[in-house]
Design a protein around this ligand. Sequence first.
Ligand code: TXA
Ligand code: MG
Length: 330
Amino acid sequence: MATPYRQAMRDATTFAPVMEAGPNSYAHAVEILRGGGLVALPTETVYGLAADAANDKAVMRIYAAKGRPSHNPLIAHIFEPKDARSLVKISPLAQCLMDNFWPGPLTLVLPKITDKISGAAGVGLDTLAIRCPATSWVSAFLELGFHGPIVMPSANRSGHISPTTARHVADDLGDKVDLIIDSGECPNGIESTVLKIEDDHTVLLRPGAIPAEDFVPYISDLRLPGITFPASAPAAPGMLKSHYAPKASVRLNALSKRPGEAYLAFGPSTIEYDYNLSPEGDLIEAARNLYSALRALDKVDTIAIAPIPKKGLGEAINDRLRRAAADRDA
Ligand code: TXA
Ligand code: MG
């Protein structure tokens, strides 16, 4: 039987226009966002599915388009760091991280102080996840008088692999979005790092494009996932066990290629591989190639994946692979 994903692709009849990044497409994007539409936008991490954060109907369309569970909150994306002041309570540590990592692939979860973001995006939480992306359309949107904020989850069907090209977006959501802006491959290729700053400690909710080690000079007690999470640590909504999943099943830490499998290698490999995330063993390159590789190999029953070192960006890569391999019914 066809999965809902396959069936939806088969049923798709209309497809969104894809426009190259530039002044014309940016003006069109702003027009659509102001009118309550959905635009897929490239960012330094992955492609996002954007809507005006204040527009309830537009925000609800995001959930419907992605098939996203309604309990999973969205990140508010601001265009200038100073815009955070009217949305969240900023502690000295939060300010320090904003000064050092914004614009860039860091999302901060902080106490919410605004009612200007649609309630649907916040799903009743008293916190708000906020990020200031480093990407070229931001200044163009500001010049056009559109100041955001926008909400912007990754532009994939919920639970599927995040998109790092416009083609990936079209494959997943081509019939659900009003416009796709194409600026080629995303430079980081993996989502932003999500940190929740609480009164007395900081929790790494999602390892991402900024490796945890980079925060060491600023955060003395960063709680790393799976190592020092206390039982009292807050659950991260949306940190679902199964996520980033191809249709194929995934076998991790594979040291051989079995008959019928596709093999995804990392570094110099003696095993015959179908794709190598980075022949030289560079984790930055591997992160950039990860989602494209999973999509490209998703034609077999099982994708076998070589061990990936756990240091640096390897933490985020391993996090995504664990979820890709997890029981889909979880
Ligand atoms: O790199 C990125 O962050 C991309 C690009 C498009 O900006 N966006 C992205 O959004 O990855 P999304 O929705 O796919 O993932 C956001 C994650 C979700 O797991 C969500 O549960 C979590 O952030 N999140 C959002 N608001 C939260 C909150 N208030 N508290 C805890 N987690 C939150
Ligand atoms: Mg996502």
